[in-house]
Design a protein around this ligand. Structure first.
Ligand code: ADP
Length: 680
């Protein structure tokens, strides 16, 4: 323990010697006092965390110093407030400070930070929030809410109490206390600033400036403790007022109404043991659920709870949750992703976005590591190696748990997928396919054949010999797609078709380009399969290559045989199609529309609704005719009779009804209706 040098005491005792803060401290104090920093609530967290550290130091000393035997349960942090005097007091019976330590610790910014602070303050003029965020404001944050701060402290092993006092502007004083503290420890007494005058504003939206009143209330302090310091290891206690019913008097009348009285009780406000530090096997799911619901304000229990602990060069605990349903604003731009970040049980950040990839933005939870600096700031996060390491394993854990849910609890997984699947697809799309592994295997699609949701892997496993692409159809309704002639044709060939109904589906597929199917080990009955990449093919793309050689030959023959007819029809349809041709593979419909090139009919529709609808690319459409359909004979007859008008009518009708079958609107419904009537 350091003694107090006599001349410091002498000058302090006179009380006239106001010491000036060191330059950089003064600047920081200025920032605090005039702070535009909105989150001043954190002052309590900072003071509580200092108290907790002071208790830790004392506990540590009692381990190493046999003279300092302490009962652990007596160590505590106390909160108190006085409405009339406008004070909030944070007390602890930790290690305390000597006058010299007060001078050293409270007269300047923490030594480690001061040099950097000078540098940063030089270049970051005007950006106050950054500076405050960068150095962890610590004790100085008191000045965000207080006009005067008194620190009354008695160091462990000393019987003298000293008072450090400052109004934050110019300097501070250190004097012996008039009254000795009963035990070692520290009281930090904040006299809150005056309430801001109610703003006279005609603007309804103008937020009224918030006062300090809530800090002078039981609920206000309790709220701050549960929000920011709930998992501090030491008890944070406060005398609270409660109400109880008085016993019913013997001679109470029949219509007696119960009477109540107020009484005071010392209550521990924080839960102390962080639930994420408990071993999984020691926690009931109910406790996890309650923690989740109260912390993340959800009515429903989480779909999945993921606790884990990593030891090694970087030590940390994490507790993650997959919510049971999507928050209402998940897909809005106001939604903020992130995990709460704790260091040694003190919350540093409520939503640390860097810990979660965008496609897992729905995950809520906590990461706690003693290795992460309390002073971490938004700017340094991106470059923080520890944080990146944690983010990577957080991602791996989430993936592993989703895979497990997919394989072992399909019902729950389908519910999950309905809530959050769209985000996973966007993950692939936004990463230009780079995140296909592992995201592609987490996707589910409706199988036209199985009539249920399946994964790509399940699709591939059920593929017959000879199939080497994955077929899908994209549209608004599953039912309608299932009835499309081309879907039925593909199914008839023995190939399944994935029916995709989300706007992002095809864009996700284009980003993926292909699905990487893993190798499958064989057994005595079935041969194994090598890993391979399978293209994803829209069934309405023209080049399906489903027809047999024979069918293809026939179609080619028919196309050249009726070259004039097809040419005439294409001319009638004008810009609507790039060509008209004979359909190679059999269908029972007279005509269908296929496309060539990268833009499918469904993509064209989605793009047309998008923000750049005007310049959006269009699909290249082909009208394919079924030459063995009776309708085709009518076309031939009309052409042979030279009935140009009828031919035009037929062309429009076939084109429009093919569009309808695809689930697409006809361009001119009135003309379509008239054409049908005129034929009847
Ligand atoms: P930091 O906690 O980041 O070091 P602070 O400005 O919050 O920075 O505090 C400065 C120093 O003052 C602490 O490191 C500690 O030595 C001392 N201190 C603050 N509060 C207390 C307390 N309640 N008990 C004992 N020492 C304290």
């Amino acid at each position: 323990m350091l003694g107090i040098s006599p001349d410091v005491c002498a000058s302090d005792r006179k009380g006239s010697n106001v010491k000036e803060f060191r330059t950089e401290s003064k600047k920081l104090l200025d920032l605090m006092a005039n702070s535009i920093y909105t989150n001043r609530d954190i002052f309590l967290r900072e003071l509580v965390s200092n108290s907790s550290d002071a208790i830790d130091k004392l506990s540590f000393m009692s381990l190493t110093d046999s003279n300092a035997s302490l009962a652990d349960e007596d160590l505590e942090i106390r909160l108190a407030f006085d409405k009339d005097a406008r004070t909030v007091t944070v007390s602890d019976n930790g290690i305390g400070m000597t006058a010299e330590e007060m001078e050293e610790n409270l007269g300047t910014i923490a030594h480690s930070g001061s040099e950097e602070f000078k540098a940063a303050n030089g270049e970051a003029q005007g950006s106050e929030v950054d500076i405050i965020g960068q150095f962890g404001v610590g004790f100085y944050s008191s000045f965000m809410v207080a006009k005067n701060v008194r620190v009354v402290s008695r160091a462990f092993g000393s019987d003298e109490t000293y008072v450090w006092e400052s109004d934050g502007a110019e300097g501070y004083t250190i004097e012996p206390a008039a009254e000795q503290r009963a035990t070692h420890g520290t009281d930090v007494i904040l006299t809150l600033r005056d309430e801001p005058e109610a703003k006279q504003s005609s603007d309804e939206d103008d937020e009224p400036e918030r006062g300090y009143g809530s800090y002078l209330s039981e609920w206000g302090l309790r709220d701050l403790v549960t929000r920011y310091s709930n998992y501090v290891r030491h008890p944070i206690r406060m005398i609270v007022t409660k109400s109880r019913q008085l016993p019913k008097p013997e001679d109470a009348p029949e219509d007696y109404t119960p009477e109540y009285e107020d009484y005071e009780e010392l209550e521990t406000l924080n839960s102390m043991t962080p639930i994420w530090r408990k071993r999984k096997q020691d926690v009931e799911q109910d406790d996890y659920d309650e923690f989740y619901k109260s912390t993340f304000h959800d009515w429903d229990a989480p779909a999945r709870t993921i606790p884990f602990h990593v030891e090694g060069t970087l030590d940390y605990y994490a507790l993650l949750f997959v919510p049971g349903r999507a928050p209402f604003d998940l897909y809005s731009k106001d939604y903020e992703k992130g995990l709460a970040l704790y260091s040694s049980n003190v919350m540093i950040m409520e939503k640390c976005a860097d810990l979660l990839p965008d496609y897992y933005n729905f995950v809520r939870g906590v990461v706690d590591s003693p290795d992460v600096s309390l002073n971490i700031s938004r700017e340094t996060l991106q470059q923080n190696r520890q944080l990146r390491v944690m983010a990577r394993s957080v991602e791996r854990q989430i993936t592993r748990n989703l895979q497990d849910m997919r394989d072992n609890d399909r019902e729950e997984y389908e519910k999950f997928f309905e809530n959050f699947g769209r985000g996973l697809k966007f993950g692939i799309y936004n990463s230009y396919g780079a995140k296909s592994d592992p995201l592609a295997d987490l996707l589910l699609f409706w199988s036209a054949r199985e009539e249920k949701l399946i994964t790509f892997a399940e699709y591939v496993a059920a593929m017959p010999e000879g199939q080497d692409v994955i077929y899908y159809a994209a549209g608004e309704s599953r039912e309608r797609m299932a009835k499309m002639p081309i879907v039925r044709t593909v199914l008839d060939k023995g190939f399944d078709v994935l029916l995709c109904t989300q706007d992002v589906d095809e864009f996700c597929f284009q980003a993926m380009r292909s699905y990487h199917a893993a190798a499958v080990a064989g057994d005595s009955e079935t041969p194994g399969k090598d890993a391979r990449d399978l293209d994803l093919k829209n069934v309405t793309s023209g080049d399906l290559d489903l027809a047999s050689d024979e069918e293809k030959e026939e179609a080619e023959k028919a196309t050249s045989e009726h070259e004039d007819l097809f040419g005439a029809l294409a001319e009638k349809l004008g810009e609507k199609v790039v060509k008209v041709a004979a359909a190679a593979s059999a269908t029972d419909a007279p005509a269908r529309i296929t496309t060539e090139g990268p833009v499918s009919l469904e993509m064209e529709r989605v793009l047309a609704q998008g923000p750049e609808a005007n310049g959006a690319p269009k699909s290249r459409r082909i009208l394919e005719l079924n030459v063995s359909h009776p309708v085709f004979e009518k076309l031939v007859a009309a052409q042979e009779a030279g009935d140009d008008e009828k031919l035009g009518l037929y062309a429009d009708l076939l084109y429009d009804q093919a569009l309808l079958v695809e689930g697409l609107p006809v361009e001119d419904p009135v003309a379509f209706a008239q054409a049908v009537c005129s034929l009847m």
